[in-house]
Design a binder for this molecule. Sequence first.
Ligand code: AQP
Length: 344
Amino acid sequence: MSEPTNSTFRPRIFSGIQPSGGLTLGNYLGALKRFAALQGDQAETVYCVVDLHAITVWQDPQVLLSRTREAAAAFMASGVDPAQSILFNQSQVSAHAEMAWLFNTVARVGWMYRMTQFKDKAGKNSENASLGLLAYPALMAADILTYQATAVPVGEDQKQHLELTRDIAAKFNHDYGVNHFPITEPLIEGVATRVMSLRDGSKKMSKSDPSDASRINLTDDADTIAQKIRKARTDADPLPGQMDGLKDRPEARNLVNIYAALADETPDQVLGRFEGQGFGAFKPALAEVAVEAMAPITRKMSEYMADPAQIDAVLADGAERADAIARPILDRTKEIMGLLRTRR
Ligand code: AQP
C-alpha cells in the first residue's frame, strides 16, 4: 500500500476553539484572525466551537451555553463568514464523538500520557483528572479526520496534538490497508503562534489562567486593554533594533510580537521604530494599536450577542452542513473496520 498523499483528498481546512472561558488575544492572533484569512482560498473551511472538549474539565452548564454562543460570536466578529465557511458547535454533530470512540481503539495509551497539555492540565493529581482529559487528543483527531481535513491552522501549543492526529491517521491507514485518512498538515504561521501571558513571559496566554491581568479578553473595553498593557510585566532596558537582541527577554519579545501581529508588520519593522526607547514609550503605542484592532471586534461581538437566536440559527445551519460531510466519512470508517451496517 503506497503512502497516502494529501493530493488524494479534497483540500479542506478544519479548526476549532474551546468555549472553556472568554476568548483571548492569543486565540484571536493564533487562530481566529487566520481562520478568517484562509476563507475563499482553494480549500473549503470548516470551523467549530468545540464544546465537547470544554467539558473535559468541569463547566457550569449555564455558563457553557453562553460561552458557546459567545465563541461563535467571536468567530463571526473576527471575520469568519457563515456563508463562506461552515460554523457550528461540535456537540450538534454526533459523528465527532462516534469517530473519537473508533480512534480510542487505534490510539495507544502511552501516546496520551506523553501529551504535555494533559500533564499541564491534570497537574500532580492526574489520577483524579477526567478520562476525557486524557482521551482529548483522540477527539481532536476525530474532529479533524471526520472531515478528512488536509490542513489545520492552530497555535504552537496544539502542535503535539496535531502530530498525534497524524499518527492516528497513519496507523489506521496502515492497520486496515487503506488510504482513508489524509496526513493532515499543521498550519502554524505568523509571529503570534504563541502569545504569552502579560504577567509571565514563560507561560502561554490562556483563557483559563486564574489571573485576568495575564490576558486580553476579546470582551475587554479600551480602558481595560490599555490598563492591562500598562501593567504588563517588562524590564528596564531599552529596546534593541532587532529581535535577536530580545533572546533573553521573553516579556519584551512577547509585547513586540503582539504589536507586530496586530499591525501586520514584522517584529524587526516594529523595533526599527522603537530602537533605544523604553517601555514608557512602547506600551502606550502598543495600547493604541491593540485598541484600534480589537475595538471593532469587541463591538461586533456584542452586536451578535444581542441576538442569540441569530447565532443559534447560524450554528444550526452549520451543523447540518457539517453533518452532511461527516456522516458518509464516518460510515465508511465503520465499514472499513468491519462494523456491520444494515440501516440505510
Ligand atoms: N496564547 C496563544 N497564542 C497563540 N494561539 C493560541 N491559541 C490558544 N492560546 C494561544 C490557539 O487558539 C486555538 C484554540 O485553542 P483552544 O481554545 O482549543 O484551547 P487552548 O489551546 O488550550 O487555549 P487556551 O486559551 O489555553 O484554553 P484553555 O485555557 O481552556 O486551555 C488553538 O489553535 C490554539 O493553538
